[in-house]
Design a protein around this ligand. Structure first.
Ligand code: LM2
Ligand code: CA
Length: 437
């Protein structure tokens, strides 16, 4: 890898849900060059037995061992990914331990290290949200110094193996000040994002958490879904980044869907289970539009929502696109848009917005990139201001530029920045500085 590549900004990451450490180690050689900044990995700590994917959200201790591999494989993955400039973010399950008797000798935690509210959570009551058992999972006394130290030791152990960031699972169920006290025990340059499902009218708000790091903006996936599935028109997405009541762009983690919403789909969330072309153009929008730090979801196929992952991993028997692992992150257009976001990151502006008053939209990112999305049901043909310097560009969503040839369509930008943009229904086009022929 050249020095220039190593210094490229990296602005999107991927959740390789339920992947093995060995498989992720190999995948980093694929996704590093694609430009992904990091991989969110599944909870690596020991957990209750069983095949359901969610057993890993029931920790029984903080040893690094489980379905994805052991400590040595984990450490090797982190090192291997580092070589490809890909960071590892660990899904940190620290609000609770497994359901069952309140005794975890491996840590150790005993009954006194847990809150003693056994009622179901009442989302109208702050105390109950934060101190009762979430789905019957034993709720840790995160206000106790002893518990904070045990959690911080676990996270610091992962940092010692090279981990660069954490997703704080169930953060809404932990007081923000308890998370702050735990983060205080970690090196200052560790990236933190907190999973808070903000809901209007609830006493615990996502905004309480921004002082600790980034926060998930769950409204984003619903809004993307409703607009790309035709419940509202794409033209209304223009000012999304300034909408009232949303996290600031610099605080927000955004995604079309995540491992939970793709199973219990609230409102209009989309996933790979929807029409692939629609899901694809929604991802194009997410990666082109200047709001938040996007996380690409990479799923496995499932019928039953408890169903565990395929038996073999992508690099150890199974493959992407074989109906087992979906590998959305490798879809040519999604990978191309990760590059688009990196290339255009210098211009965190939104320029030259155009729409047809309905579901055809286009915009540029300064003079670094231009995207057009046709979410309507008929073809699009428009002469549009691209904001780009004169030249012939390769549409990175239909092909790839290599040296001076392009395996896809070409877009000719005239000296005044205009180009003819032609798109079929449910399709998108993108050009950027580095796709110039
Ligand atoms: C999360 N974020 O706040 C995770 O993203 C989500 O995937 C986790 O739930 C949840 N919080 C707890 O960490 C998953 C799954 C649940 C599952 C739990 C614990 O969505 O269905 O609950 O993990 O494994 C399961 C059973 C549930 C049962 C519970 C305790 O589905 O019926 O509740 O175990 O035995 C009595
Ligand atoms: Ca709690």
């Amino acid at each position: 890898q050249s020095e220039a590549q190593a210094k490229d900004p990296r602005t999107a990451f991927v959740h390789l849900f339920e992947w093995n450490w060995d498989d992720i180690a190999k995948e980093c050689a694929v996704i590093g060059p694609m430009g992904y900044a990091a991989v969110q990995v599944s909870p690596p700590q020991e957990s209750v037995p069983g095949n359901a994917w969610w057993t890993r959200y029931q920790p029984i201790g903080y040893e690094i061992v489980g379905r994805s591999g052991d400590r040595k494989q984990f450490a090797e993955m982190v090192q291997e990914c580092r070589k490809h400039n890909v960071d590892i973010y660990v899904d940190a399950v620290i609000n609770h331990m497994a359901a069952g008797p309140r005794n975890y000798p491996a840590v150790p935690y005993v009954w006194n290290d847990f809150h003693d509210c056994f009622e179901p959570i009442d989302y109208g009551d702050r105390g109950k949200i934060q101190f009762c058992d979430l789905e019957g999972l034993n709720d840790l006394k995160t206000e106790s110094e002893y518990v904070r130290d045990r959690i911080a030791n676990y996270l610091n152990d992962l940092v010692s193996l090279g981990v660069r960031g954490f997703r704080i699972d169930a953060a809404k169920h932990i007081p923000a000040s308890d998370i702050a006290a735990i983060i205080d025990r970690l090196p200052k340059d560790i990236y933190i994002f907190q999973e808070v499902i903000g809901a209007f009218g609830e006493p615990v708000s996502e905004f309480e958490y921004v002082g600790n790091g980034d926060v998930t903006e769950f409204k984003y996936g619903n809004v993307l879904g409703s607009h790309f599935k035709g419940q509202s028109q794409l033209k209304y997405l223009r000012d999304l980044r300034n909408w009232q009541g949303w996290l600031d762009s610099s605080d927000a983690i955004v995604f079309t869907d995540n491992h939970d919403t793709q199973r219990d789909r609230p409102f209009s969330v989309m996933s790979f289970k929807d029409d692939g072309a629609r899901y694809f153009i929604a991802n194009v929008f997410m990666l082109a539009y200047p709001y938040g730090y996007p996380k690409v979801m990479s799923s496995f196929a499932f019928e039953d929502k408890d169903q565990g992952r395929p038996e073999s991993g992508v690099h150890s028997g199974a493959e992407c696109f074989d109906g087992q692992w979906i590998c959305e992150h490798r879809w040519q257009g999604i990978a191309a848009m990760v590059k688009f976001r990196n290339v255009t990151s210098g211009a965190f502006s939104l320029d030259n917005w155009w729409d047809n008053g309905a579901n055809q939209i286009a915009f540029s990112r300064g003079d670094l990139g231009f995207v057009a999305i046709n979410g309507g049901s008929f073809g699009m043909s428009q002469r549009l201001q691209t904001g780009m310097p004169e030249g012939t560009y390769c549409n990175v969503l239909s092909g790839q530029r290599s040296d001076f040839s392009c395996s896809g369509d070409r877009v000719v930008v005239d000296p005044s920045g205009f180009a003819d943009i032609v798109l079929s229904s449910t399709n998108a086009l993108a050009i950027h500085r580095d796709s110039k022929l």
